[in-house]
Design a protein around this ligand. Structure first.
Ligand SMILES: Nc1ncnc2c1ncn2[C@@H]1O[C@H](COP(=O)(O)OP(=O)(O)OP(=O)(O)O)[C@@H](O)[C@H]1O
Ligand SMILES: [Mg+2]
Length: 511
C-alpha cells in the first residue's frame, strides 16, 4: 500500500479488443507498493497487452486505471513515464543505427550550454548505468552490432535512467544466459531496496518463484487468480495457466543415430580487430541423422556464430572444413545452405526472422513458395493449406492466416518461424534458442516436434539459454567457451554442473 493506504496500481474492468480477438476481458488487478508482482500465462494470454495499457503504449481500452487511488488515463508513454511508470518491452525497441548511449537517452537527450546536445555527459551517464548492470558494453557501441542479450541490457539501462517508481519487465531474461540472469537479479534486488515496484512477466517458473511476492495468472485474456508466492507452488501456477495437466515429456521409442550428415573439422571464424582474434577456434564435431545435438555455452561463447557458419551467414568467411553428406561445402549465402537442405531458426526473430509487413500465412510459407509452385507459378491454395496445417499442428494462437504477424503474441510469432522451416523439409535443422519466450505447453509441444523430426531421419543442432531444455531434448551436448570446444557429453553423462564448469573454462571472471 502507498502512504495514503491505496494500492499503488489498481486496475478494474479492463477490456481490450483487437480485430478478431479479445486480448483482455474484464481484468481487475491490484499491485502493492514495493512488491514484485509476477504476471504469468500462456502465449497470447494478454500479459503484454495489460502491461502496454499500464505504460501508455495502448491508449484505447475500456476500464479504469488508478495510481495510488487517483484515476489516470495516459495519452502515451510520456504520460506514463511522467507518472513514474516505465517498461522494458518484450520485443526490443532500440534504434539499431544509434549508439548504446543515444538509445538510452533517446527523446530525453541531456543538453548543456545553448541547449546543445551534450554527448559527453550522455556517454558518461550511460557508462555509469551500464556499469550498474555489471556489463562491459561501451556507451558508443552501435546497437546493431550488439547481440540480442546485450541489446536487452541497454533496454534495461534505459528504463533505469528514468528512475521510475514502477518498472515493468516483459520477459527480461528471455535472451540472457544464467550468468546474466543472476546479474539481473542483483539489479532487481537493488531496485527493490530503493522501493521500486516491479511487474515481472516470465515463462520461467524458477525465476518467478525466486523473485515474486505475489503472482497473477492470466488465461485467455481473463484474470484467473492472484496468489501469494509463499502459499502456492509452481505446479499450481502452471495448472492455473493452462487449465489442464501438462503431460510429462516422454518421447517414447528409441532414437537411432544414422549416417553422418554433417562433419565439421577445425572450423575457425576470425574476429578482426578484436583482442581475442577468433569468434570460433578449431571446432570439430559430427552430426548424425536421427540425433539432436545441443550446443551449450555462455553468451558470447560462439553458439550463434557456429550456427551461422553452418548456414552460410557468418560475418566473415570461416576457415576449416564443413562436409554435408560427405561433400565439402562452403556456403556463401543462406540461400545456398537452404538449397542444400539446411534450415536455421534464429534467436533474434524481430531482426532476422519475421517479415513485419506480411501476414501470418505469408510468414509461414515464405520459404516454401518455390516448392509449392509448378513452373514458377505459386499455388496459393496449396501454400495456404500447408500454412493452415502448420498453424494447427503448432497450436498457433491467431485469428487467421490473414492476420498481421505483428498482431501475434511473442511466443506465437516464434512458433510461426519454426513452422516455416519445418515446411521446407530440411536435412539439417539449426535451432538457435528456439523456445525463447515460448510457454510451457508450447515448449513440450516443440520438444515432441523435434523428437518426431529426428525420428524421421533429419539431424538437429540446437542452442538454448536454458540448460534443462538441452538436457531434455538432446542426445549429445557440446560446450563452447570463448569460441573453443571445451567438452562433449552424451545425454547420460551430462549434468548442469558439468556443463557450467566446461562453459566457464578459461573465461576470465567479469570484473
Ligand atoms: N496489435 C495487435 N493487433 C491484433 N491483435 C493483437 C495485437 N496485440 C496483441 N494481440 C492479440 O492479443 C492477444 C494477447 O496478446 P499478448 O501479446 O498480450 O500476449 P502475451 O500474454 O504477452 O503472450 P506471450 O507470452 O506470447 O508474449 C493475442 O491473441 C494477440 O494475438
Ligand atoms: Mg508478451
Amino acid at each position: 500500500m502507498t502512504a495514503n493506504g491505496h494500492p499503488i496500481i489498481s486496475i478494474s474492468s479492463v477490456t481490450k479488443r483487437f480485430p478478431g480477438v479479445t486480448a483482455l476481458a474484464d481484468v481487475a488487478l491490484e499491485v502493492r507498493a514495493g512488491e514484485l508482482h509476477a504476471i504469468c500465462g500462456e502465449n497470447g494470454a494478454g500479459k503484454s497487452t495489460l502491461m502496454k495499457i499500464l505504460s501508455g503504449v495502448i491508449t484505447d481500452y475500456e476500464g479504469e486505471l488508478l495510481l495510488a487511488g487517483r484515476a489516470v488515463r495516459f495519452k502515451g508513454t510520456r504520460d506514463a513515464e511522467a507518472a513514474g511508470i516505465s517498461i522494458i518491452h518484450q520485443e526490443l525497441n532500440l534504434v539499431e543505427q544509434l549508439s548504446a548511449a543515444a538509445n538510452i537517452f533517446l527523446g530525453r537527450e541531456i543538453r548543456g550550454w545553448l541547449m546543445l546536445r551534450d554527448d559527453r555527459a550522455m556517454e558518461h551517464a550511460a557508462s555509469r548505468l551500464l556499469k550498474e548492470l555489471e556489463c562491459d558494453i561501451h556507451p558508443w557501441q552501435i546497437a546493431a552490432t550488439l547481440r540480442i542479450g546485450d541489446q536487452q541490457l541497454i533496454e534495461i539501462a534505459k528504463a533505469l535512467s528514468l528512475q521510475s517508481d514502477i518498472l515493468i519487465m516483459d520477459e527480461p531474461t528471455s535472451a540472457l544466459t544464467e550468468a546474466e540472469v543472476s546479474r539481473l537479479y542483483r539489479v532487481i534486488e537493488r531496485l527493490r531496496k530503493r522501493g521500486v515496484t516491479i511487474l515481472y512477466i516470465s515463462h520461467k517458473m524458477d525465476e518467478i518463484f525466486h523473485l515474486a511476492d505475489r503472482i497473477t495468472v492470466l488465461r485467455d485474456g481473463r484474470l484467473v487468480k492472484t496468489l501469494d508466492r509463499a502459499g502456492t507452488t509452481p505446479n499450481e501456477v502452471t495448472h492455473l495457466m493452462v487449465g489442464r495437466e501438462i503431460e510429462s515429456i516422454d518421447f517414447g521409442g528409441e532414437r537411432r543415430a544414422g549416417e553422418v550428415l554433417l562433419r565439421v573439422e577445425h572450423l575457425s571464424l576470425p574476429w578482426p580487430g578484436h583482442a581475442r582474434g577468433w569468434r570460433l577456434k578449431d571446432v570439430s564435431f559430427e552430426l548424425r541423422r536421427g540425433e539432436v545435438l545441443g550446443i551449450a555455452g555462455l553468451m558470447g561463447a560462439g553458439r550463434t556464430e557456429l550456427l551461422e557458419c553452418l548456414f552460410g551467414a557468418a560475418a566473415e568467411p570461416p576457415q576449416g572444413r564443413i562436409e554435408l553428406l560427405g561433400r565439402s561445402v562452403a556456403f556463401r549465402h543462406p540461400r545456398e545452405a537452404r538449397a542444400a537442405g539446411i534450415g536455421l531458426v534464429t534467436e533474434d526473430r524481430k531482426r532476422l526472422g519475421l517479415f513485419a509487413a506480411m501476414n501470418v500465412g505469408e510468414n509461414i510459407s515464405i520459404c516454401t513458395l518455390r516448392e509449392t509452385g509448378a513452373g514458377g507459378f505459386i499455388n496459393r491454395t496449396r501454400e495456404w493449406q500447408m500454412a493452415a496445417e502448420t498453424v494447427q499442428r503448432l497450436a498457433v494462437k491467431t485469428s487467421g492466416l490473414a492476420a498481421p504477424i505483428t498482431s501475434l503474441s511473442g511466443g506465437n510469432q516464434q512458433k510461426c518461424i519454426i513452422g516455416r522451416w519445418l515446411q521446407t523439409d530440411p536435412q539439417v535443422l539449426l535451432l538457435d534458442d528456439p523456445t525463447r519466450g515460448v510457454d510451457v505447453g508450447a515448449k513440450a509441444e516443440l520438444y515432441r516436434l523435434i523428437d518426431g523430426l529426428v525420428k524421421r531421419g533429419i539431424g538437429v543442432i540446437m542452442t538454448s539459454s536454458e540448460l534443462p531444455e538441452l538436457l531434455t531434448v538432446c542426445d549429445r551436448i557440446l560446450v563452447l567457451s570463448e569460441g573453443r570446444l571445451t567438452a562433449s557429453f552424451s545425454r547420460a553423462e551430462a549434468t548442469e554442473h558439468k556443463i557450467m564448469e566446461a562453459a566457464t573454462l578459461g573465461v576470465k571472471k567479469a570484473g
